[in-house]
Design a protein around this ligand. Structure first.
Ligand code: EPZ
Length: 418
């Protein structure tokens, strides 16, 4: 296993280019199963999670060929319909294969994803919606077995605006007979990017980006080409890191319009921000002001940036209340930040961060993808030696060469074998 070592205290300076969005690439790769033929996808990030879904799709009969920054996906010979446990347990977003497989092939056998560090991660809303569309499902040995002749359109209400739930059902509805309406749908930019790809495949979708999405099912769809949107969570991670280190950084290949909630909070913390087309210039403040945040579905403050923002507030002047409303266990990074001298008090889904003038270098343990990023950010400002972040495989699931990008901005950070 690898670890990342950081000697903190240096301001980040320079320009960083953001990679393609993990949470757009995963559903769009799954959506290629809705048609047979060759798709050309650009800006696919090279991440562990993307590799995992390609491995699973390879088992189904899909072939992949990398051509420079383009990934060619050939779905002409899909002959299997099972996503095995040993792969699904490493990447729960594999559930995104259920909708396209059962809609495109009338059958699917997907291992139940199981929980993860941040929560139980149930998929009841996905299954309830598919049942409404005429899919017969039963659980056996931890697998969802799904069968359907042809899905039929339905009027579906999500109790919670589930992101992958909205994506799964949008894909299933694209080939269903009749009209499907998704109410209380997720509005994330990644949901919208999937809708754009599906329309390129010939799907008739309206309302993506709002809480009501209407899909007219098609008889068949065709392969398409697409350029994946930039990763707003990676961009947000660099925005916070620059503000934390009194940095002066230009973040390129990003979509500031997808980051409004975070931009407002980082400005309230004292950073100077200039927005231009596809880029953000951020200058960190001498003194960080404490700011309260509450995670919410898009366009609210993203839960995937909560841990990173908490690291930022650990060195703020004052107290910050951080409320996590999306996942039931997304404060695992707190105990590791405390090892670095952070003063944080947890009460249910609220964390009170008493800002201090410094964090202390220490060996810490990554526990999930975004917690890893939070510990790296803390290491960038920690004093008194080297911070070592262990079990960094969590980080590689969702960030492309993160330590190299930070090093190019002047940080003293490197990767070592455990
Ligand atoms: C997506 O997960 C993202 N993953 C997550 O990013 C992100 O944190 C999350 O959305 C929230 O924005 C991908 O897009 C691959 P949800 P998802 O369904 O779809 C409950 C990262 O770090 N729920 O929107 O699994 C659920 O328990 C990852 O990149 C049900 O109860 O999240 C949670 O409390 C982490 N039943 C809430 O809804 C269901 O059937 C939101 O979950 C589905 C969800």
């Amino acid at each position: 296993m690898d670890k990342i070592v950081i000697e903190g205290g240096l301001p980040l300076r320079g320009t960083v280019k953001i990679s393609g969005a993990k949470n757009a690439a995963l559903p769009i790769l799954a959506a290629t199963l809705l048609s047979r033929g060759t798709h050309h996808l650009k800006n696919i990030p090279s991440l562990r999670d993307v590799n995992t879904i390609q491995k699973i799709m390879g088992r189904l009969g899909v072939s992949f060929e990398s051509k420079g920054k383009e990934l060619v996906v050939d779905t002409s010979n899909v002959v299997h319909h099972e996503a095995p446990y040993e792969l699904v347990k490493t990447m729960r977003a594999s559930i995104l294969l259920l909708g396209p497989l059962v809609a495109g092939y009338g059958r699917a056998k997907i291992s139940l994803p199981g929980g993860c560090a941040i929560g139980a991660r149930p998929i009841n809303l996905h299954l309830k919606a598919l049942a409404q569309m005429g899919v017969d499902m039963y659980l056996d040995q931890g697998y969802v077995n799904a069968r359907a002749r042809r899905l039929r359109g339905a009027d579906i209400f999500f109790d919670i605006p589930t992101v992958t739930g909205t994506e799964n059902i949008m894909m299933a509805a694209a080939l269903a007979k009749g009209t499907t309406v998704l109410r209380n749908a997720a509005k994330e930019p990644e949901v919208q990017d999937l809708a754009i790809f599906l329309r390129k495949m010939g799907a008739q979708i309206e309302g993506d980006g709002t809480d009501t999405i209407t899909i007219q099912g098609a008889e068949e769809l065709r392969p398409a080409d697409h350029d994946i949107i930039p990763d707003r969570i990676e961009a947000g991670t660099f925005l916070i890191a620059s503000a934390m280190t009194r940095g002066d950084v230009r973040i390129e290949n990003c979509r500031p319009e997808h980051m409004t909630a975070l931009l407002e909070k980082v400005e309230s913390a004292g950073a100077k921000i200039q927005i231009s087309r596809g880029a953000i210039h951020v200058m960190g403040p001498e003194k960080v002001q404490s700011v309260d945040i509450k995670t919410l579905p898009y366009p609210g403050f993203p839960t995937d940036l909560q841990a990173q923002f908490m690291a930022f507030m650990c060195i703020a002047d004052g107290w910050s209340m951080i409320r996590e409303t999306i996942f039931e266990n997304r404060f695992i990074h707190v105990s590791e930040l405390r090892r670095m001298g952070a003063d944080i008090e947890i009460n249910s889904n609220q964390a009170l961060v008493r800002g201090k003038n410094k964090l202390l270098a220490a060996p810490v343990m990554a526990t999930d993808l975004r917690a890893s990023a939070s510990l790296i950010l803390a290491g960038l400002v920690a004093q008194g030696g080297l911070t070592q972040v262990h079990r960094i495989y969590h980080l590689d699931r969702g960030y492309e060469r993160l330590e190299e990008k930070f090093r190019a901005l002047g940080a003293k950070i490197w990767r070592e074998k455990e």
